[in-house]
Write a protein that binds this ligand. Structure first.
Ligand code: F6P
Length: 548
């Protein structure tokens, strides 16, 4: 496969992008009174408005031709049908199969994965039913009241994001606590408030070899052992979700409490599996099924809609447009809904671990920019934190603004929230020029020197693009659709860039060196063979720990 940047389509896009040196977003709206309807798309509960982007018919067509030239449609089919899309690890990426209700067998290497998935769902539903209804009893016969989910990365971010989006902590039964980091503070603070007789520990780890999860799991297990009567054992207090059954058995988890997590599900795509247990347990398995149904709906759209009206494809192309033809290096995700406050973090992992790569899946060094830095937070908070940068900073950042139409709290508040959602995308687009600032300043008495300073400080360049996503309600189905939308966007971008979006080899190096440094801490001359910075830091650390 030639590099995408060597194709005429890429060169054409370079030419197209030059047109925008003379055009701005406001002019695009003036030229086309129907721009909103021409550049927006609705799928069930999700309205995707991409009209405030540097797009014209001809640039959008050129982007679509680029996608077409990569044989995107066949690649989408390959993803769904279980082809080896993860070449470096020689396996498919079948997270979509986890949410399908297709009765047809899905045979991969002679195994009917559909049967395995249905069996795992059934197992999960049974456990959730018992937990949710208070019929799962601990060693001393008391019903489980608290579930501690220990996992990190994809084994944590998805479930916490979705649970936060769908419920207030008080609505969860059992209550759910997440522990991810190896910083003992997090686990200790969590366990301190819990009754071991009524606590269930869930260890979610595909590999069952992740240091953070195993260290926390071992502490939690010791806590149970110390607190519960020896004769009753702690088996009822432990569940594992893993692809490494043997390691979970060795850890002491009963076989029937080990839920499957398969090698063909990437960690950051795993919330659809039993990794989503905290969601299903706390809100009921039915809610979890609705979440799966929403994702399946987005899958169906992604698989069948023509490229020019395909939401994930359009989102992906708009992203590539800015990254490779306008020099954008980051992308902000800004939910105008507090319930979605963890969404930017979940997408940050999904996107940056998938596409933060500079080598093609064929091993070629890529001469163009790929996955951007993804950042963001609850947008109203962000308005008082980093929107200054969005409006006047250099470099500039394309954004996704996400809001939900249906209020769950007083309408007055919700109107304010919604007004901000619309206002900010408008402000990014309109900006404020020096004449406007000067007119405003004319109402005040200021010296000429001060006036000049104020004018340059207050000018906002504008012409900054954004996508707006307006959700009708924040139901389990909508959240499933939204998450699947971003997963597919990431997949399309990775495909067009020629990247394998399903491995994450870069994270291994740091883990290996952390083991070496840990060994150094016990060494006779700690860190002496390392670089002087690492040596200096180790020496200072040991000096302090010896003192305490
Ligand atoms: O360090 C990266 C990573 O492998 C993620 O991809 C994954 O979600 C996380 O670690 C946790 O891995 P595991 O589920 O195997 O514990």
């Amino acid at each position: 496969m030639p590099l995408i940047s060597d194709t005429p389509h890429w060169q054409q896009l370079k030419i197209e992008s030059q047109q925008f040196e003379k055009r701005n977003l406001q002019q695009l709206f003036k030229c086309d009174p129907h721009r909103f309807s021409n550049y927006s798309l609705e799928l069930d509960n999700i309205l995707f408005d991409y009209s405030k982007n540097h797009l014209t018919e001809s640039s959008l067509s050129a982007l679509l031709r680029l996608a077409d030239a990569t044989d995107l449609e066949n690649h989408i089919d390959a993803l769904f049908s279980g082809a080896t899309v993860n070449a470096s690890e020689n396996r498919p990426a079948l997270h979509t199969a986890l949410r399908q209700n297709d009765p047809q067998p899905l045979i991969i290497e002679g195994v009917n994965l559909r049967e395995e998935i249905l069996h795992a769902r059934q197992q999960m539903a049974t456990i959730c039913e018992k937990l949710h209804t208070g019929n799962w009893l601990g060693a001393t016969g008391e019903p489980i009241k608290d579930l501690v989910h220990i996992g990190i990365g994809g084994s944590h971010l998805g479930p916490e994001c979705v649970l936060t989006a769908l419920s207030h902590p008080k609505e969860r039964k059992p209550r759910v606590h997440f522990v991810s980091t190896v910083d003992g503070e997090q686990l200790q603070q969590t366990l301190n408030q819990l009754d071991p007789n009524r606590t269930l520990i869930v260890l979610a780890s595909k590999s069952f070899g992740t240091q953070e999860t195993l260290v926390n799991g071992t502490h939690a297990k010791n806590w149970l052992q110390r607190s519960l009567p020896a004769e009753s054992g702690i088996a009822n207090h432990l569940i594992a979700v893993t692809a490494n059954k043997q390691a979970a058995l060795d850890f002491g988890i009963p076989e029937e409490q080990i839920l499957s997590f398969w090698s063909w599900v990437g960690g950051r795509y795993s919330v659809w599996s039993a990794v989503g247990l905290p969601i299903a347990a706390a809100l009921g398995y039915g809610t979890f099924e609705q979440f799966l149904t929403g994702a399946a709906r987005m899958d169906q759209h992604f698989r069948t809609a023509p490229l020019d009206s395909n939401m994930p494809v359009l989102m992906a192309l708009i992203g590539i447009w800015y990254i490779d033809f306008f020099g954008a290096r980051s992308h902000a995700i800004l939910p105008y809904d507090w319930r979605l406050r963890l969404f930017p973090e979940a997408i940050q992992q999904c996107d940056m671990e998938s596409n933060g790569k500079s080598v093609s899946s064929d091993g070629l060094s890529l001469p163009y920019a790929t996955g951007p830095v993804i950042w963001g937070k609850s947008a109203i908070d962000a308005q008082h934190a980093f929107y200054q940068h969005l409006h006047q900073g250099n470099p500039w950042t394309p954004c996704d603004l996400i809001a939900c139409a249906q209020p769950v709290f007083p309408e007055h508040n919700h109107d304010i929230l919604f007004a901000n959602f619309v206002a900010q995308s408008r402000a990014l687009m309109l900006g404020r020029n020096s004449e406007q600032v000067a007119r405003d300043l004319a109402k005040h008495t200021v010296s000429d020197a001060q006036r000049r300073l104020l004018i340059s400080a207050k000018v906002c360049p504008g012409n900054r693009p954004s996508n707006s996503l307006l959700l009708s309600t924040l139901s389990a189905e909508t959240v499933g659709m939204l998450l699947a939308l971003y997963e597919h966007k990431i997949f399309v971008q990775g495909h067009i860039w020629g990247i394998n979006s399903f491995d994450q080899m870069g994270v291994e190096l740091g883990k290996e060196i952390a083991h070496e440094v840990s060994a150094q801490l016990k060494h006779a001359e700690p860190g002496k063979q390392l670089d002087s910075s690492s040596h200096g830091l180790i020496s200072k650390y040991l000096e302090n720990t010896r003192k305490s």
